[in-house]
Design a protein around this ligand. Structure first.
Ligand code: URA
Length: 238
């Protein structure tokens, strides 16, 4: 982004309108390296910029890439209706800079959810052509059987899908849990595949996307973190 005035910098980071950001700067609420900057006319290099606003430190980010450990009872849709939206788990300014989920998880599904304000990233990452494996752990109503695992590996026919859908890999975790890896992201896919194979999903958690594992991120339910370049590289197909 190069050089920008402080009001534009704050606006780009989602803190508010340019006018509001300008007023906050003029009121002496913004600092750089501990020094208050109240002049809106100075242009600053944005790359690597660290600034304080209302006593809190932020790093300038042209785009944000986030991993959220989604809890149950939060919706991914923008206009959440029955449950709060996942954006309510993030700082307010992220919604203002249009940070949104990359694909969707059902309101009752937990686990790894990527979020970003980088349109091309969201588009490529959620494209069905990208074939990024996603790992889910499903808790089943009835006991897991070798037949269930075999059926999911062989492929099951879903209503509205022309061809059967098969798991990339599938294995039993314990008597009532399976780990299932899918390359596609069809609507309610895990739940519908389990139903088509004669069982019922009672809880679902996404534990991994590509090479990025939820476990390695150390996030409790509802917590989020920024993803660095090495972590983003794990999201690319092999
Ligand atoms: N499959 C489902 O059924 N639900 C999800 O949230 C994700 C995959």
């Amino acid at each position: 982004m190069g050089k920008l005035t402080l009001d534009r910098i704050l606006q780009s980071q989602g803190f508010g309108t340019r006018k509001w950001c300008g007023e906050v700067v003029a009121a002496g609420e913004v600092s750089i390296a501990g020094q208050v900057i109240s002049d809106n006319h100075i242009s600053l290099e944005t790359r690597g910029l660290v600034f304080g606003i209302f006593g809190e430190e932020w790093i300038f980010r042209e785009n944000v890439y986030i991993a959220l450990n989604k809890p149950a009872n939060f919706e991914c849709s923008r206009k959440a209706s029955h449950h709060p939206g996942v954006h309510t788990l993030l700082p307010e300014q992220f919604a203002r800079r249009d940070v949104q989920p990359v694909g969707r998880l059902d309101h009752d599904t937990t686990g790894l959810l990527l979020m970003s304000d980088d349109g091309p990233f969201i588009h490529t990452q959620s494209s069905p052509k990208r074939h990024i494996p996603k790992v889910y752990v499903a808790t089943t109503h009835d006991p897991v059987t070798p037949g269930l695992v075999a059926a999911l590996l062989a492929g099951v026919k879903l209503h509205d899908e022309p061809a059967p859908l098969a798991a990339l890999t599938c294995s039993m975790v314990d008597t009532h849990r399976i780990e299932i890896v899918l390359e596609q992201g069809k609507y309610h896919q895990v739940k519908r595949m389990l139903a088509a194979a004669g069982n019922h999903c009672v809880a679902l958690c996404r534990s991994q996307i590509g090479g990025l594992k939820l476990d390695g991120l150390g996030l409790a339910g509802g917590e989020w973190c920024y993803l660095d370049d090495a972590q983003l590289a794990l999201l690319k197909p092999d």
